[in-house]
Design a protein around this ligand. Structure first.
Ligand code: DGL
Length: 258
């Protein structure tokens, strides 16, 4: 029977995971759900995120899943227990793989985090990091301006407004001496080219990419060449469709209630 890797996020961030998944596991069937009606998750309450996450999982459960990827740091940080209780396939979150990659990358033991307000407030990154290493210094920062700008498509390498916003957030962390930055929101993966161009010495760890490496290591990967990909959203408008196509160009959404 056909089974799918289910992936969800509030919106575009999840697509950066799916893009990586398609690149590394081109033969897997994928179901993606964007809860675009409720974006941004990062500025909602923890209780709201728990309800949204439950609804997203319930929707994905309509399909035969082989694994579930929580392609949303905010959701994982605030609702991982609910998600795990409601699926009976392996659940892959973005936080632990990103922390492991950052610990591997840092040379000076000073790691920074860019994330949504709700992810930072949950302290999930901090506790995960401390479980693995007690010696590194950790600097986390809420970056509430980034998701709305990314949702507007302002992430080309020469977008001055985005560059200024990144500078504003990053400067204090660089002053603290970080050599590694975790992009602890899957939306931020689209900013990697900007970081590479303007901050070539900084180790930038994308939570979107790290989780896919973990799935690749742990899951039994399909070899047949009949991959099916379905993209759903809880609300569709022209801008969301256009910016989604900047990440995955042949994407076609179906709008659903979850
Ligand atoms: N992409 C999500 C994350 O990884 C959520 C961003 C948002 O909707 O605020 O946290």
């Amino acid at each position: 029977m056909k089974s799918y890797i289910g992936v969800f996020d509030s919106g575009l961030g999840g697509l950066t995971c799916v893009r990586e998944l398609i690149k590394k596991m081109p033969h897997e069937n994928v179901i993606f759900l964007a809860d675009n009606k409720n974006v941004p998750y990062g500025s909602k309450t923890r209780e709201q995120i728990r309800v949204f996450s439950y609804n997203n999982v319930r929707f994905l459960n309509r399909f035969v899943l082989k694994a579930l990827i929580v392609a949303c740091n905010t959701s994982e940080a605030n609702a991982r227990d609910i998600i795990e209780e409601n699926v009976n396939v392996p659940v892959y979150g973005v936080i632990r793989p990103a922390v492991k990659a950052a610990l591997k990358a840092t040379k000076n033991g000073k790691i920074g985090l860019f994330a949504t307000s709700l992810t930072v407030k949950s302290k999930k990154y901090e506790t995960t990091l401390r479980e693995l290493n007690n010696d590194v210094r950790f600097y986390s920062l809420e970056c509430p301006k980034l998701v709305p700008m990314i949702e507007e498509g302002k992430f080309s390498v020469d977008d001055q407004e985005m560059l200024e916003t990144i500078r504003e957030y990053l400067d204090p962390l660089l002053e603290s001496g970080i050599d590694t930055l975790i992009l602890g929101c899957t939306h931020y993966d689209v900013l990697i080219d900007i970081f590479n161009r303007y901050y070539p010495k900084l180790n930038v760890v994308s939570s979107s990419r790290c989780v896919i490496d973990e799935v690749l290591n742990e899951l039994n990967i399909k070899e047949e060449k009949d991959a099916e990909r379905k993209y759903f959203t809880t609300s569709l408008d022209e801008r969301f469709d256009k910016v989604s196509k900047m990440i995955i160009n042949d994407i076609e959404y179906e709008t659903v209630d979850v």
